[in-house]
Design a protein. Structure first.
Length: 309
């Protein structure tokens, strides 16, 4: 029988994990496919690992991997993909914000239609600062990287084995899944779901981590920001050249004394500001290279479910 692997990165999800398992199992009961749950405990500080152990004892289709510390959701997804064995693989959040009711349809699409992947987008999202921030991010991202990332795109995606194997070939340290999904290509069918608020537990994102994630996403898939520094450099050379000519002409022909100490200071501040900004961009890439070159493992494992059997 064909097998579906369900990969769930979990960080402090004791409040929902069991409910997640029960909900998905119930929904998948009538689909003729073998299930394999791969829960990833991303260094949780609560009872998440304990719940995983219990579920694995109860159900032989449940496996888990527990990280030695918090490595982030992207590392969790990678570990899941690397360790799953299914013909189809779905990545979803533990908090039931990724509607499990779509699963049977996703399996059906991969089985019968010419798609290698089915992804879900959300609509009806309450527009707060976060909403507009994420919209803006997707716009910039698409423009800068030329990648096909969609507004409202979530990390909720089912893929066939071919696509999973392709993703595993991208073993970079700075992982940005939405970019990687788009980079490997393949034909994706998009489904839509309404935005579901998190019922239990807490979101692990704050504004700071979102900004960090955005910078990560842009620098991981685009080198266009580097061009920005060159353009600004040329622009400022031109401006100062024009100023020099004006001043020389004024002094030589009209005999005016050079004035404007405040102007000078303002220019100085602005130019050094822009220089530092450009340095910052370069530094960001340098830092990425540094981390990539060190070639550290993406995650480290403290415990596999197989250890306990
Ligand atoms: N998550 C994780 N490691 C982290 C942060 C989050 O594995 O360091 C998991 C989390 O348990 C959840 C998913 O990633 O299953 C999405 O997290 P969350 O619901 O907090 O994000 P949001 O839905 O608010 O974007
Ligand atoms: Mg969530």
């Amino acid at each position: 029988m064909e097998k579906l692997s369900i990969i769930v990165p979990c960080y402090n999800e004791e409040a929902v994990l069991e409910k997640f398992y029960e909900t998905v199992t119930k929904i998948m009961k009538d689909v003729t496919i073998e299930l394999e749950y791969v829960f990833i405990d991303d260094g949780s500080k609560d009872e998440t690992l304990q719940i995983m152990r219990l579920l694995a004892q109860k159900d032989k289709h449940v496996r888990y991997i527990s990280f030695s510390r918090n490595f982030g959701k992207e590392a969790g997804i990678y570990a899941g993909l690397e360790n799953c064995t299914g013909d189809y693989v779905v990545v979803m959040d533990a908090d039931l914000q990724h509607d499990p009711k779509l699963l049977p349809r996703m399996v059906d699409i991969l089985r019968t239609e010419e798609y290698q992947s089915v992804a879900v987008r959300r609509y009806n999202r309450k527009e707060g600062i976060r909403g507009s921030f994420s919209k803006l991010f997707f716009k910039i991202m698409a423009k800068l990287s030329g990648l096909n990332t969609k507004a409202g795109e979530m990390d909720y995606r089912m893929m066939n084995r071919r696509m999973v194997d392709s993703i595993l070939q991208i073993a970079e340290y700075n992982r940005f899944s939405k970019g990687i999904f788009s980079f490997v290509g393949f034909d994706t069918k998009w489904l839509e779901q309404e935005n579901i608020e998190r019922e239990l537990g807490q979101t692990k994102w704050n504004m700071k981590s979102l900004i960090k994630y955005s910078i990560e996403g842009i620098t991981a898939f685009s080198t266009k920001p580097l061009i920005l520094s060159s353009i600004l450099g040329i622009l400022f050379c031109l401006i100062s050249f024009i100023f020099i000519i004006i001043i020389v002409v004024k002094t030589l022909i009209f005999g005016e004394v050079v004035q404007g100490f405040p102007t000078l200071i303002c220019c100085l501040f602005m130019c050094s500001g822009i220089q530092l900004f450009c340095f910052g961009i370069m530094g960001e890439y340098l830092a990425k290279m540094y981390l990539e070159v060190k070639n550290r493992p993406i995650y480290l494992v403290k415990e596999y479910s197989e250890d306990k059997k």
